[in-house]
Ligand binder design. Structure first.
Ligand code: HEC
Length: 305
């Protein structure tokens, strides 16, 4: 009985080790570059200017392939959003309440740059019109099939979800965007494959034949490069987006940082509210504890005498 238990335990342990060894043989992805994000920690908040620039990066570059689904233009002007206005800028009529996203002139101007399909009209036809704040940000493709057809069979995921779907989403996306490299000498990439050491994959499959044994395994002294290949070509390069503020560098690093700020907000727009509610709750509990402590002392003081 005891023996079979031991054997089973040994077998289970061996099974647990095998996948780890298999991953090690594949090289594994590099550890992400850990960044100091403004929005991390119990008091973290979003950096509004970074989010605004990040929206510009998303709109100029990423939006041609990726959607941020469920996001409507008016959300950009919600309290805590990148274009929220506490007060109206000069020149806006006094009757406007700029705190309301649908009246926010910046949000209205952003929406008006887009065209959306509407209808049917009285004749049953669909028609194009400029977007309104209540419209969702348009998706780049009508459906998944069209998206795959345009991207060599790969699907560009919803970027609001990817932040949550991947471990350490912000560090991961930042590392991925800034981490593209020339493919190492030892591998051959297929058509439409781009090497990135931060993307999960198994580069041993792509080693050139001279680095593999008869069974296709890497030769003992060959180092399998970290990371993997993905269908997305490096989307950013220095100088591709013009920032209005000359003090902000126009570099891949800065673009990546800013777009991560925007996408993290898009994935969790209520984070600031949640955190400030947490702080209020803890303050309340602290005061309650103090009151209870003193009332306890007061009550027992009477009983003792
Ligand atoms: C030309 C189209 C295109 C553009 C532009 C583009 N992407 Fe992608 N992206 C893709 C495709 C296709 C994939 C899926 C790749 C795969 O699975 O091999 C992808 C995947 C991703 C992933 C997911 C990686 C994973 O772990 O699955 C992230 C994150 C990403 N893109 C971010 C961005 C950001 C941010 C931008 C803008 C700076 C951007 N992309 C611009 C096509 C694009």
């Amino acid at each position: 009985m005891r023996r079979s238990f031991l054997i089973n335990a040994a077998a289970a342990a061996a099974l647990a080790i095998i996948p780890a060894a298999a991953i090690a043989a594949g090289g594994g992805a590099l550890e992400y570059k850990h960044q100091h994000w403004h929005f991390k920690g119990p008091f973290g908040t979003y950096d509004r200017e970074a989010m605004q620039r990040g929206f510009q990066v998303y709109k100029t570059v990423c939006a041609s392939c990726h959607g941020v689904e469920q996001l409507a233009f008016r959300n950009l002007g919600d309290k805590g959003g990148p274009f929220y206005l506490e007060e109206c800028p000069a020149g806006v009529p006094e009757t406007t309440n700029c705190k309301v996203p649908a009246e926010n002139p910046v949000v209205k101007a952003i929406a008006a740059e887009y065209t959306v399909k509407d209808g049917p009209d009285d004749l049953g036809d669909m028609f194009d019109r400029p977007a309104a704040p209540s419209d969702k940000l348009p998706r780049p493709f009508a459906n998944e099939q069209q998206a795959r057809a345009a991207n060599g069979g790969a699907y560009p995921p919803n970027l609001a979800l990817i932040m949550k779907a991947r471990h350490h989403g912000p560090d991961y996306v930042y590392s991925l965007l800034t981490g593209y490299q020339e493919a190492p000498e030892t591998v051959t990439l297929g058509p439409g494959q781009h090497y990135n050491p931060y993307f999960a994959g198994d580069m041993s499959q792509l080693l050139k034949p001279e680095y593999r044994d008869a069974e296709g395994h890497p030769l003992p002294d060959v180092k399998v490069p970290p990371g993997g290949v993905l269908a997305m070509v490096a989307p950013l390069s220095d100088g591709v987006i013009d920032y209005a503020d000359p003090a902000i560098p126009e570099t891949v690093d800065q673009y990546a940082r800013d777009v991560v700020e925007f996408l993290t907000w898009a994935s969790e727009p209520k984070m600031e509210e949640r955190k400030s509610l947490g702080v209020v709750t803890i303050g309340y509990l602290l005061i309650l504890t103090i009151v209870l402590f003193f009332s306890y002392r007061a009550i027992w003081a009477k009983i003792d005498h």
